[in-house]
Design a protein around this ligand. Structure first.
Ligand SMILES: Cc1cc2nc3c(=O)[nH]c(=O)nc-3n(C[C@H](O)[C@H](O)[C@H](O)COP(=O)(O)OP(=O)(O)OC[C@H]3O[C@@H](n4cnc5c(N)ncnc54)[C@H](O)[C@@H]3O)c2cc1C
Length: 293
């Protein structure tokens, strides 16, 4: 298909502030490589918009050529929903600006930003959005699925902090979404909207005050005493704890092959030490037997 449109794509490329990349290009290969190493999809073309007018042009082009389109933010969706075989991928990574207004306690986040961009922009003001535990997850990808994290016990879901959003629709409209404008669509993107309604271009979040330091980490107990441990946990309501039953297979060599009950304590970036993006982790569903705890 792509060969048929080669001249048109070169023309499109000239009209964009951003760039276009083809199979084999370094940027194409980087886009294709997502968190789940089992995913192997081959888009026809990847485009990196640098502005909203770029996104409008790309959507118009895809509509005229009847090309299927998907949007890539952090690339952490479980089965690589941000990629599409033989279609057009919009990689948002160049639109990653986060502007914090510490007085109004608002952050304006471009839709290519990752959680680390959001956290790093907010932290100097001791402000935060309750969001996920892995800094390489995309803000847009996360919030469109609802989003929760270690601050959620105190402040709620990520999508509940959304004040407004910007969107470009498939038919080329630029919309603002909020409780006052396009309210139904605004509600729809808060948890059910990954790529389904249009391209999100900007997200505006309400910020919450957080202490300067929050201690966190992971505790491991043998799975055989998980019941006793879980019954004894007595944590304040504001503290988020994640409990995972795991068969250690990868990270802690001393413990490999043993079953554990693992409790994570509040720390927004904790997952990066367990799931570094480069580690080529493959996820698939499977049955691990009944755990008698
Ligand atoms: C290691 C790891 C840790 C995680 N931790 C948490 C956690 O603590 N809390 C939590 O809630 N979730 C967590 N998740 C789940 C994660 O939030 C979802 O998988 C999310 O969809 C990933 O978003 P992404 O932008 O990184 O992925 P992508 O694959 O890039 O995008 C996900 C989906 O959103 C769509 N999308 C992306 N950007 C846009 C846009 N601008 N407009 C429209 N659609 C768009 C994509 O097309 C795709 O369908 C985690 C996932 C991983 C792999």
């Amino acid at each position: 298909m792509i060969e048929r449109y080669h001249t048109d794509i070169l023309q499109l490329q000239q009209s964009l502030e951003g760039s276009v990349s083809f199979p084999g290009d370094p940027d194409y290969l980087e886009t294709k490589s997502v968190f789940n190493a089992h995913v192997d999809k081959n888009p026809a073309i990847v485009i990196f918009p640098a502005s909203i007018p770029d996104i409008l042009r790309i959507m118009e082009f895809a509509g005229q050529k009847d090309m299927r389109i998907t949007i890539r933010n952090g690339g952490h969706s479980t089965y690589g929903q941000c990629l599409i075989d033989d279609g057009l991928v919009l990689n948002m990574k160049n639109l990653n600006r986060v502007v914090v207004d510490p007085v109004a306690k608002i952050a304006r986040v471009e839709a290519g930003a990752l959680l680390r961009d959001l956290d790093m922009a907010c932290a100097p003001y001791h402000l935060a959005v309750p969001a996920g535990d892995c800094p390489m997850v995309g803000v847009a990808g996360l919030v469109l699925g609802g989003g929760n994290g270690f601050l959620s016990r105190s402040f709620g879901l990520t999508c509940d902090q959304l004040v407004s959003a910007g969107m470009v629709t498939a038919d080329g409209q630029t919309l603002e979404l909020s409780n006052a404008i396009n309210a139904k669509l605004f509600r729809a993107i808060k948890g059910a909207g990954q790529g389904n309604f249009g391209v999100i271009t900007e997200l505006v979040f309400r910020l919450s005050e957080v202490p300067e330091s929050i201690y966190g980490g992971s505790l491991y107990w043998p799975a055989s005493i998980a019941r006793e441990i879980l019954l004894q946990i007595d944590a304040p309501d504001a503290m988020s704890l994640y409990v995972r039953m795991i068969l250690e297979s990868r990270w802690v060599s001393m413990l490999r092959g043993q079953k554990f009950c693992m409790v994570h304590l509040s720390m927004q970036r904790i997952m990066n030490s367990r799931h570094p993006y480069e580690s080529g982790i493959g996820w698939k569903a499977g049955y691990s037997g009944i755990w008698d705890v």
